[in-house]
Design a protein around this ligand. Structure first.
Ligand SMILES: [Fe+2]
Length: 440
């Protein structure tokens, strides 16, 4: 795909402005007291995110790309995510909300100026507009984190959302699983300009035939696991998972409550769970236990990506399940439009060649895989983006959720988290090896 310089500039500006629009909304719907308060030890105060996105934008665009002198070097350490864990951030002498907004505005004005003067490709950082794309994605990722903070905060609902589209007519007649034939496919990318280091390079992986759930696991299916005593039966849990289930007292997904029926709190609104909606806010241990109870397993990361990208007709891997076009509202539930996952079976136009639906959007999907580098991985442009997280303590999630911006979501995009985490917008689907096909 070639794109002329002006089109690239316009696209970058549009992505930066879109991310800032969402940041602004998420930080103006609550009052100043709520901005500086820590709503959960897992999360930063919203005012930290606000200045941190501006600080990263200044570091990477104004200083690294533009060679400008620092605007406020004294605040850099406050907004370095590695210097201060989230739980410690409220105690820092952070910029007040008005100062944080002013700083963000100051940086952004200069960045838009710099964008007009930048010759793309003069350095690796500006090749294809990479650094600008990285910063747009970074802010979008914090918009997702801030949305998770909103879900964790107590108090009145403040976020307005569009109602999700009803399930399509064929949703109830879909096969429960789809077959992904065995054979090689290309995983990762070497050509996607804004792909991050952990998505690179493209490499061939042989994946034996397997069956994958057509849709993410639903609330009603998950409620059957609970009703069947799934949380009380160590057979379904890994030893670590069972120990965690006991210690943390897990009995249902986060934000679920039993009131004679299962209800769920969603952004301050309590309502009966919607049976055909993908289950949300389960940790990896819960997803893994459910899969075992169902006689199945979580898909590996390679299986997930093959289901989402491999086109058997051409043998090539697509950018997205539906093809190479960017996401749109008719293809996937992304961008914080609805604030809930759409019913299972939605978005037929966004289906993958194998027939699986909602692989991109709706809920992040836990995979069975540890977060590890691809063969030939090179940390770039900084090793704290992903290299320092590689290892067995993190599990990979794929596909993005309703809270994820399209700019931060691709068929190759990799997310990771601890197997105990539940505040992220994560669900899952299950798989099984296709024994006869795999033997061929
Ligand atoms: Fe960050």
């Amino acid at each position: 795909m070639t794109e002329d310089t002006e089109t690239l500039r316009d696209r970058i500006a549009a992505e930066l402005i879109a991310a800032r629009g969402r940041t602004t909304l998420l930080t103006t719907v609550v009052d100043e007291a709520d901005l500086v308060r820590q709503h959960s030890p897992l999360m930063s105060p919203l005012v930290w995110d606000l200045a941190h996105v501006a600080n990263q934008e200044e570091l990477w665009l104004l200083r690294e790309v533009g060679g400008r002198t620092p605007l406020h070097p004294e605040i850099d350490p406050l907004y370095d995510a590695f210097e201060h864990p989230r739980a410690k951030r409220p105690a820092l002498p952070l910029l007040a909300p008005g100062e944080a907004r002013g700083y963000g505005h100051e940086v952004r004005g200069r960045v838009l100026d710099l964008l007009e003067r930048t010759t793309f490709g003069e350095t690796q950082l500006t090749d294809g507009g990479f650094a600008f794309g990285m910063i747009a994605q970074h802010e979008a990722q914090h918009d997702e984190t801030m949305l998770a903070t909103h879900q964790l905060r107590s108090g009145l609902p403040v976020l307005a959302a569009a109602a999700p589209a009803p399930a399509p007519a064929d949703a109830s007649s879909l096969p429960v699983e789809v077959l992904v034939p065995g054979g090689p496919f290309t995983m990762g990318t070497s050509t996607e300009a804004w792909a991050l280091d952990n998505e690179r390079p493209a490499h061939v992986v042989h994946v034996p035939a397997f069956y994958l759930d057509t849709t993410p696991v639903t609330n009603s299916a998950y409620a059957e696991f609970i009703a069947d005593g799934g949380y009380d039966d160590p057979r379904w849990w890994t030893p670590d998972g069972w120990a965690h289930r006991q210690r943390a007292g897990l009995t249902a997904p986060l934000f679920w409550r039993w009131e004679g029926e299962w209800v769920r709190v969603s952004f301050g609104v309590t309502a009966t769970i919607i049976p055909n909606e993908p289950v949300l806010h389960v940790c990896w241990y819960e997803a893994d236990a459910y899969a075992r109870w169902a006689g199945r397993r979580l898909p590996t990361e390679a299986e997930w990506e093959k289901a989402a990208r491999h086109d058997p007709a051409t043998g090539r891997s697509r950018r997205y399940p539906w093809g190479d076009d960017d996401p749109s509202p008719s293809l996937a539930n992304l961008g914080q439009r609805h604030l809930v996952p759409a019913p299972a079976g939605s978005y037929p136009a966004g289906a993958a060649p194998c027939g699986a639906r909602q692989l991109v959007g709706d809920v992040w999907e836990w995979t069975s895989s540890d977060f590890l580098p691809y063969p030939g991985f090179t940390a770039w442009p900084y090793k704290e983006y992903s290299e320092v997280f590689f290892g067995p303590e993190y599990k990979v999630l794929r596909g993005g959720a309703f809270g994820v911006s399209p700019v931060a979501c691709r068929g190759t995009f990799r997310n990771w988290d601890y197997p105990v985490r539940r505040q992220i917008f994560a669900g899952f689907r299950t798989a099984r090896t296709a024994v006869a096909e795999a033997a061929r």
